[in-house]
Ligand binder design. Structure first.
Ligand SMILES: [Ca+2]
Length: 218
């Protein structure tokens, strides 16, 4: 009988010691420094896979698997890719949200070939927007609908389009912006030459054995 009591007491003390040990272990565990579960549930690779499928499937719900900055970036990428401004509204970071909304407006304007919404954007994006929409235009009258610097920028684009279409560097000279003017001249210079203007490029004529400086020979 006495033996039984000793065994029970020993077991009790043993379990108590175990419980105290476990308590001390959990208490001193450096939870914040070396977390057992990583604070970011997804690593960079997984996060970019999520982002990829969110964009490919146009499924912004995938972004919910991410959090904080990663989630914002995910939403921003899907929103800007599809020009979906409603999606921009879900972004937490205010600066990113504004950029997202601007970019969505830009995409929408280009898609619908409507230059009016471009004017509400900040300069760099506005100019890119106008440039894309006017990229195939050759009528200067179009620019009369714009004013100030926007009108000048519009004219610069149109002169560049005309210069390229007519392979006429003199039209580049009408461009106001020195940078745009230089770009225009470079684009003309880089065009494949047709020295005699017979419609067959010099390099083709050389291959064919005709005279690149004689329009009768082609
Ligand atoms: Ca020729």
């Amino acid at each position: 009988m006495a033996k039984k009591i000793i065994i029970i007491i020993s077991l009790f003390i043993g379990l108590l010691a175990l419980a105290i040990g476990l308590f001390l272990f959990l208490k001193n565990k450096p939870a914040s420094k070396i977390p057992l579960v990583p604070s970011q549930p997804y690593g960079f690779y997984e996060a970019s896979k999520i982002l990829d499928s969110a964009v490919k499937e146009r499924n912004p719900g995938q972004c919910d698997k991410l959090s904080g900055e990663e989630k914002d970036n995910c939403l921003n990428t899907v929103a800007t890719f599809y020009g979906d401004k409603d999606l921009c509204q879900l972004i937490q970071n205010e600066t990113l949200k504004k950029d997202c909304l601007d970019f969505a407006k830009y995409r929408q304007a280009v898609k619908s070939n409507d230059w009016q919404p471009c004017l509400a954007l900040q300069t760099v994006l506005k100019n890119q927007c106008l440039r894309e929409i006017f990229s195939s235009q050759s009528d200067l009258n179009l620019c009369k609908k714009l004013s100030g610097a926007d009108q000048t920028f519009c004219q610069d684009i149109i002169y560049r389009n005309q210069a390229l279409a007519q392979k006429n560097p003199e039209l580049c000279a009408k461009i106001q912006s020195p940078v745009e003017k230089a770009n225009c001249q470079k684009e003309i210079a880089d065009l494949p030459a047709d020295s005699d203007n017979d419609g067959v490029l010099d390099m083709i004529e050389r291959v064919n054995g005709t005279d690149p400086f004689d329009p009768q020979s082609k």
